[in-house]
Design a binder for this molecule. Structure first.
Ligand SMILES: *[C@@H]1O[C@H](CO)[C@@H](O)[C@H](O)[C@H]1NC(C)=O
Ligand SMILES: *[C@@H]1O[C@H](CO)[C@@H](O)[C@H](O)[C@H]1NC(C)=O
Ligand SMILES: *[C@@H]1O[C@H](CO)[C@@H](O)[C@H](O)[C@H]1NC(C)=O
Ligand SMILES: *[C@@H]1O[C@H](CO)[C@@H](O)[C@H](O)[C@H]1NC(C)=O
Ligand SMILES: *[C@@H]1O[C@H](CO)[C@@H](O)[C@H](O)[C@H]1NC(C)=O
Ligand SMILES: *[C@@H]1O[C@H](CO)[C@@H](O)[C@H](O)[C@H]1NC(C)=O
Ligand SMILES: *[C@@H]1O[C@H](CO)[C@@H](O)[C@H](O)[C@H]1NC(C)=O
Ligand SMILES: *[C@@H]1O[C@H](CO)[C@@H](O)[C@H](O)[C@H]1NC(C)=O
Ligand SMILES: *[C@@H]1O[C@H](CO)[C@@H](O)[C@H](O)[C@H]1NC(C)=O
Ligand SMILES: *[C@@H]1O[C@H](CO)[C@@H](O)[C@H](O)[C@H]1NC(C)=O
Ligand SMILES: *[C@@H]1O[C@H](CO)[C@@H](O)[C@H](O)[C@H]1NC(C)=O
Ligand SMILES: *[C@@H]1O[C@H](CO)[C@@H](O)[C@H](O)[C@H]1NC(C)=O
Length: 811
């Protein structure tokens, strides 16, 4: 790398010696500034193509990214953005003292600190250090740049600022973007920024801000503000009233996901210039402001509570309730309307949706009832339509046929029944997402031609029947679960040959039969495959092992026989393997433990496996769920089982296991559920904080067990164990305490579970993996379900979910 820089400078020298000349446009370059530029460029390890072009031109004022003042010839602009350079920020830049515009965005400065000498550029008006991989504290020296009008330090996520006092002197500031800067210690941020009376645009998204003062001491100073983005912070307060004193010019307000609560203030109606309002993902409650209802009876005498020029309204994912329709009728300019995941209840009529410009309509997960005539011709042409769990009536909504621009269609869980009309399946090449899940649709579905762009199709939880369709080459997610499809899965194989994008295939709970053919090598991109709860038989084909990107493989409740093919050992990233309730036999292959190191859930229950439980299983240190129940396993519990440090559920019931528990078994720190019942285990039940919590039912059917909870006394060592237990008591209490506080999380877990079902399992799984408290909920869920099933079996929970609704509102 050094070499490249050297060559670069040598070439420059050569060019100079040559006296290389050409016709210059504009001013001539000043020698000292040129040298400064060259030295600065030598700080980069990977000079880009356009920087190499610097060598060919003697006049540095014509170099790409460099601009000089016409009169004085001084370099005033240096713009190296998006050249993907990497290296150091050399102080040779100080040789350009007249810089006004400095754009270094997207240059990787390798985690250095922002140099303090940057404050020397007295004329600087524009400084862009966005996504530059600078780290650490922002130097307060920036406050010396008193002419600065544009400052962008966004997108680094490793910059920090403790107070913003230095910003007071930057009174010409027009655009300030500190998004991603850690400002949690800068408690006075608002007061500091309030001094900037010229501010037009303020972006403090994801700044870890916790304070949003209710009041400003004197008055709001930044009244020219047009764009305000405070999204992704942790305010835990109401929408403050001072906001509305900035109201006259505000065009764009983003308070999304900032932990705001309370109701939507009436004063929004006075924000007459507002075009974009994003309040999504907060905890806002209550009705849309009252004056609306008054307004409808007073026919337009009162000001509307939301400015009628609003184009973009997103109040999704809050807890708002009551009517909605009257309010939106006034918003004639709306292009985007997203009120999903609230508790609005209303009847939606043709009159209320009389919005000519609307392109995105998301009313999902509320209690809306559509009350439109069969011949309604909406005046809008939508791109995106989401009506999940709206009441659309029993008939397929005919008005959708008028929408020729649709690319995204979600009418899941809307209680429509009957056949899907033919015109619907003739959708245009623009449609990429269709979700019809959770209705009562029947009939067969057509073949999808190759011309369609459909990438995601979810028809689960309906009554579709007939053979599986062929799918298009672009399909990525295909969910046909819980229908009445029958026949073989040959169409899947035939489509796979043409398709290289499929990443999720869920055909579970249908009436598919026959053997699996060896076509899976074509499905290289598959990440999830669920063929559970069908009538598939024969051997699990070897080519399943070619699906090396698979995260989950579910074949439970079929009639597969023989053993798992050894090719599965190539799927080293597999996280879930469920082959329960089949007729698999033989020993557990030893490679399972040796190769599938990523496994988190392993379910082999209700098969005809025999032999011993191989020690290699204990190498699966990522395991959370291990279920080997209802087989014919003999021998002892492997003694290394304490290696499974994050195991949460262990079911070895209904086998022929014998001997005593391994000595260190009590150490399993994450265990939430065990079942050893109906074996021939003997001796003392393990002692340990987790084992303290299990009940008798975990051990029944073993004649010779002793110790808690089966019997009080066991051996002479009891006293010793009691001491061990009481040392750990506090820990147990802490855990229990924490769990009591988790009901809310648990609720969201169930919600996410529901979402997981309808948008694909992967999302759910990711959340489960990320969020610890959810795992507890999941484990509890396992227990409640009688422990023979997991995750996808949660279908049965669907009714509970339906009762709770997929909403944020309680009940
Ligand atoms: C300098 O000259 C160029 C072309 O002659 C012109 O486009 C530009 O506006 C001038 N800049 C200043 C600052 O006068
Ligand atoms: C800074 O640069 C980034 C990327 O080049 C750009 O998106 C952003 O708009 C710039 N910021 C300002 C304030 O111009
Ligand atoms: C810039 O600001 C810092 C701290 O705010 C100060 O110590 C320093 O003297 C200033 N430098 C110049 C060149 O003004
Ligand atoms: C408002 O800005 C002016 C300068 O533009 C300043 O003098 C004044 O102190 C500021 N007021 C407040 C309350 O910050
Ligand atoms: C907002 O403006 C009103 C008058 O329009 C004034 O009474 C109030 O003090 C102002 N509040 C703030 C925080 O500036
Ligand atoms: C508001 O901010 C969030 C989070 O930064 C972003 O995802 C969203 O697109 C923004 N909304 C608008 C309308 O720009
Ligand atoms: C809206 O503005 C009008 C006139 O400026 C004022 O009388 C009214 O109180 C304001 N409404 C709210 C809710 O702030
Ligand atoms: C509406 O908002 C929800 C939640 O904030 C989001 O998941 C959904 O994608 C949005 N809908 C559209 C059409 O953008
Ligand atoms: C909405 O809910 C309220 C209270 O639960 C009820 O009084 C009202 O009739 C409902 N409105 C509609 C249109 O369902
Ligand atoms: C829709 O709006 C147009 C003009 O704004 C009006 O003529 C028409 O009657 C409205 N339709 C309904 C159903 O309100
Ligand atoms: C599928 O089911 C239908 C009845 O619903 C039946 O007529 C047909 O023979 C079945 N096909 C196969 C391959 O089992
Ligand atoms: C695993 O993959 C390798 C290389 O792709 C292949 O040679 C080998 O046969 C596969 N192993 C099994 C057991 O299929």
């Amino acid at each position: 790398m050094e070499g490249v820089a050297l060559v670069l400078s040598l070439l420059l020298v050569v060019v100079n010696l040559d006296g290389f000349s050409c016709v210059y446009s504009g001013s001539h370059c000043i020698e000292s500034e040129k040298n400064a530029l060259i030295k600065f460029s030598q700080g980069f390890k990977n000079p880009s193509r356009s920087m190499l072009s610097w060598m060919l031109e003697e006049n540095c004022c014509s170099w790409k990214g460099v601009e000089c003042d016409n009169k004085t010839g001084h370099v005033i602009t240096l713009d190296l953005h998006k050249q993907f350079l990497q290296g150091e920020f050399r102080n040779s830049l100080l040789g350009l003292p007249y810089l006004r515009h400095l754009d270094m965005s997207h240059i990787d400065f390798l985690g250095e600190r922002i140099p303090e000498f940057i404050s020397s550029f007295k004329d600087l008006e524009y400084l862009n250090l966005s996504k530059t991989n600078f780290r650490g504290m922002i130097p307060e020296h920036l406050g010396n740049l008193s002419r600065l009008q544009f400052l962008d330090l966004s997108g680094d996520f490793s910059l920090r600022v403790d107070n913003l006092e230095w910003i007071h002197s930057l009174f010409s500031m027009k655009i300030l973007d500190l998004s991603g800067v850690d400002m949690k210690s800068a408690e006075n941020w608002l007061h500091d920024i309030n001094l900037l009376s010229s501010l037009l645009e303020l972006r403090l998204s994801a700044c870890q801000l916790v304070t949003l003062p209710k009041f400003l001491p004197i008055f709001v100073n930044f009244t020219s503000l047009q764009i305000l983005d405070l999204s992704l912070n942790y305010f835990n307060t109401r929408i403050p009233s001072w906001l509305f004193n900035t109201s006259h010019n505000l065009v764009h307000l983003n308070l999304s996901r900032s932990r705001l609560s309370g109701s939507l203030p009436n004063a929004f109606g006075n924000m007459s210039s507002l075009r974009v309002l994003d309040l999504s993902g907060n905890s806002l409650r209550g009705n849309l402001p009252h004056s609306f209802e008054k307004m409808s009876s007073f026919t337009g005498y009162l000001p509307p509570t939301l400015p009628s020029k609003l184009k973009y309204l997103d109040i999704s994912d809050n807890k708002m309730e009551g009517p909605l329709a009257r309010s939106i009728t006034q918003l004639k300019q709306l292009v985007v309307l997203n009120v999903s995941r609230n508790c609005f209840n209303d009847s939606i009529t043709e009159h209320f949706l009389n919005l000519t410009h609307l392109r995105v309509l998301d009313l999902s997960s509320n209690s809306f009832i559509f009350n439109v005539s069969a011949t309604w011709m909406p005046r809008f042409q939508l791109d995106s339509l989401s009506l999940q769990s709206c009441g659309l009536g029993a008939q397929f909504p005919q008005w959708i046929q008028t929408q020729k621009e649709l690319s995204f269609i979600d009418i899941s869980r809307t209680n429509i029944s009957g056949e899907v009309p033919d015109w619907f399946w003739n959708f245009s090449a623009k449609v990429y997402h269709i979700d019809l899940s959770g209705n009562n649709f029947s009939g067969e579905i057509p073949e999808f031609t190759e011309s369609v762009s459909l990438t995601k199709l979810n028809l689960s939880d309906n009554n579709f029947h007939g053979p599986l369709p062929h799918f298009s080459p672009k399909m990525m997610t295909l969910i046909l679960a819980r229908n009445s499809f029958n026949g073989t899965i040959a169409p899947v194989c035939e489509s796979l040959v043409m398709n290289n994008s499929l990443s999720l295939l869920d055909l579970s709970s249908n009436f598919l039969s026959g053997q699996l053919s060896d076509c899976w090598r074509y499905g290289k991109n598959l990440q999830g495959l669920n063929l559970g709860h069908n009538d598939l038989s024969g051997e699990i084909p070897r080519s399943i092992g070619d699906l090396t990107n698979l995260f989950f493989l579910q074949l439970q409740n079929n009639s597969f026989s023989k053993n798992l093919p050894s090719s599965l050992k190539n799927i080293t990233g597999l996280k879930i393997l469920d082959v329960s309730e089949n007729s698999l036999s033989g020993n557990i292959p030893f490679w399972l433990g040796e190769n599938l190191h990523a496994l988190e859930i392993l379910v082999l229950s209700r098969n005809n496996y025999d032999g011993i439980i191989p020690r290699e299983i204990c190498q699966l240190t990522e395991l959370r769920v291990l279920n080997l129940s209802s087989n014919n396993f003999r021998g002892v519990i492997p003694c290394d089982i304490h290696n499974l440090k994050i195991l949460e559920s262990l079911d070895l019931s209904s086998n022929h296991l014998s001997g005593s528990f391994p000595p260190r078994m009590g150490e399993l720190p994450s265990l939430e559920f065990v079942n050893f019942s109906f074996n021939d285990l003997t001796g003392k039940i393990p002692v340990g904080p987790q084992f303290h919590t299990f009940e008798n039912s975990s051990y029944v059917g073993n004649a010779n067990l002793c110790g808690f909870p089966v019997s009080r006394f066991c051996s002479d060592h009891l006293h010793e164990d009691m001491v061990h237990c009481s040392n750990n008591n506090q820990e147990v209490q802490a855990i229990e305490h924490e769990e009591n506080n988790n009901w809310l999380d648990e609720f969201s877990f169930y919600i996410s579970m529901g979402i997981g079902f309808y948008t694909g399992f992967w999302l759910f799984w990711v959340t489960l993996t990320l969020k610890e408290s959810w795992r507890y909920a999941y484990m509890r869920f396992l227990e409640n379900m009688g422990n023979k099933i997991y995750v996808f079996a949660a279908i049965r929970l669907k009714n509970i979910q339906a009762a709770k609704g997929l909403r944020n509102c309680p009940n």
